[in-house]
Design a protein around this ligand. Sequence first.
Ligand code: AMP
Length: 361
Amino acid sequence: MKKMLNLVLFGPPGAGKGTQSENLISKYGLVHLSTGDILRSEIDRGTALGKKAKEIMDKGELVSDDIVIGMIESKLDDNANAKGFIFDGFPRTTAQAIALDDLLQKKGTGISGMLALEVDDEELTKRLLKRGESSGRADDRNEDIIRRRILEYNTKTLPLKTFYSEQGKFHSIEGIGSIDQIFKLLVDRITFLDAEMDLTALESDLEHLDLTIQDFEVANEIAPELLLEIDAIKRIEAEEAEEEKENRKQEAKAKKATTPAKKAPAKKAPAKPAAKKIAKPAKKTKPAVKKKAVKKVAKKAAPKKAVKKVAKKKVVTKAKKVVKKAVKKKVVAKKTVAKKVTKKPAKKIAKSKAKKSGKRK
Ligand code: AMP
């Protein structure tokens, strides 16, 4: 999967999605896709879509899924080389979330995470009314419309928490505080997401590498060396076999010379093929000769074992080298994750420490 940072900035109207999007765009160089902004620009340009949308927006209701999904699709196409996207005010319904997953999947990517800015309804109403004084947005000035928008959010958009939770992508962010404080929380969470994405990518790389190591190493490096060594062993074996044959000849000659009387029974035995003659001497030879033969067999077997060992060691060493490199990267990523993970439950640890010390008293 293509590594892109695709964030859904989630939260009720007035949670600060627009403000934080601007900060995130300048930090991460992401493309900002705000369906609210796109719709407002359609209204400003007086397009047919704008006219249709205005009626709905002025009531504080949601524009149809088809319209906003179509808008997002064309924006994704327009920004094919983006490093990533911030989806702001989209998706707002489960149908939109499903459509977004499909669109991104077609482009070989997906949502990295949903960052949900959590702000209570009273604070939201206050913020929106205040924003209405300066933004010029009709839907920010009327308290009834504001309440309607919050209601739309609670009934149609809130279920998306479950949608993204089920994918392990939901991240709750405290949305009350200074802009900087909230931005820092978002950045911390994104660093965590980024490290997590690196880990996943690395894991799949390693999986892939395992295959490559075996194929590449064995074919290009280990195999030629093995072949050379096997050739050498074959040569040695042939020489040894020749030597043994010669020895046997000599032994037979010597026997003939020392025990001429026993020559006769040999005539009874039918002539045997040469190969069998080589196979049998072990039985016939004296203990000293047997020992020699055993030693020779052991000698022959030993290098084979050694070669196997060396080859195995080489494969393992090479694989280890490649994996080590990858693991170094992994460790860095893990450290970042660990930092973020330990940062997150810091409050919990402090709490449990306080509890423990309380118990001791
Ligand atoms: P926003 O600027 O995100 O608060 O959006 C302003 C208004 O635009 C909303 O109240 C809706 O009427 C409409 N709108 C924006 N985004 C969407 C969306 N994803 N789905 C449906 N309606 C939307």
